[in-house]
Ligand binder design. Sequence first.
Ligand SMILES: *Cc1c(COP(=O)(O)O)cnc(C)c1O
Length: 463
Amino acid sequence: MKYRSTRGQVKAIPFSEAVMMGLADDGGLLLPESIPTLSAVELSQIADFSYPQLALNILSRFIDDIPQDDLKDLIDRSYATFEHPEVTPVIAKDDIYILELFHGPTLAFKDVALQLLGNIFEYLLAKKNRHMNIIGATSGDTGSAAIYGVRGKQGINIFILHPKGKVSPIQEMQMTTVTDANVFNIAVEGTFDDAQAIVKEIFGDLDYKQQHALGAVNSINWARVMAQVVYYFYACFRVQKETGCAQVEFSVPTGNFGDIFAGYIAMQMGLPIKKLILATNGNNILSRFVTKGDYSSAEVHHSLAPSMDIQVASNFERYLFYLYGEDSARVCEAMEIFKRDGVLPVSAAELQEAQQIFAASSVDDEATLATIGEFHQKTGYTLDPHTAIGVEAGKRVRSGSCPLICLATAHPAKFGDAVEKACGVSPALPAAFQGIDQLEKRLETMPADLTAIKEYVDRLALK
Ligand SMILES: *Cc1c(COP(=O)(O)O)cnc(C)c1O
């Protein structure tokens, strides 16, 4: 399988190069040249596979430059770190199914992709006798999942900038108590936007980028999307087996459009998904797009589901490429228009096509709290705010003609304050994190100053 960019200037590169490139060199996003499909017979042959077996089967279809035995080892090691024997178990509650994606080391779904990505990076770097310095900014979940993905790995240093005092206490502790020699936490005296702007500037300095072999772990990396495709298959097979239904629907709490785009890929591969329900918080650019074709940027507001406080979804360009009939020239033109006017052009026919695949709803903070409270009262199960948004959107717009699977993207203890406010119960942290507040911390506090941060990275980067 070879990869190409949505903008048309990068073509026919192998998987190993695509995963190292991250953002395509022409500014676009990388996609496989074709989407592999599975027949009904092939689907039934893999329906009883364990999670790692299924991951090997699905990922092999996208990767042809890592030998099978090596890929199997990378997958087995990546998912052995999950607390649950099923990796991503499916639980029946009320009249829905909950796909629990939070059993990884940082209690959020990003572990599913970043545990694997860390191992793939280490493997490819060792093969090529190279090293890499990862730099990223985080508002909470991505940073901790990325740090846990690469801690202690050979040939990789990681620098994560977070806004000082503006991530939740548990998120801050998850990052700063990792004291492996290759992990550098920088608490920036400023906002998340300040930290993100610094990282963008650093990547924009191409000499500096090359000199330091900089790598990125944000959700535009194709390997992250690919790893997430697997749990759509896993959940669909489990629910089909239990209900005997031919089709299922998924509801996905969405920020950067990465997770739900993995569902789109699974659907194109032939998985019988009737609809993908796109759930947003009050930052609703994506749900406005699905319900009325309005993809126009707006100010970002803080919500109870901070990992979805996004108004420009970086992965959306991948879907747009397919919506525009794989026409790179049109993608380039549309991205120019969006940059200039803040609005994406979508025709009535295209909107109709999108609505064949997606339904959407936007859930505000009040409804999020109400959902957590009601669900807890009715079932005894505690939803985190992100998951609650998916559950509520799913209940509002599901077709009702097939089972609904809601993706649970974070453990409720990660957002304990909101959960306690909603249902009066403070969810307990899993055993692995009890006592985390007693552990040694390592972080560097710095002003939001590009030059100072570049010098710091320069001093500590692998060379
Ligand atoms: C990152 C994140 C999301 C959003 O995922 P996208 O791939 O950006 O759509 C949802 N919930 C949680 C808990 C997250 O950490």
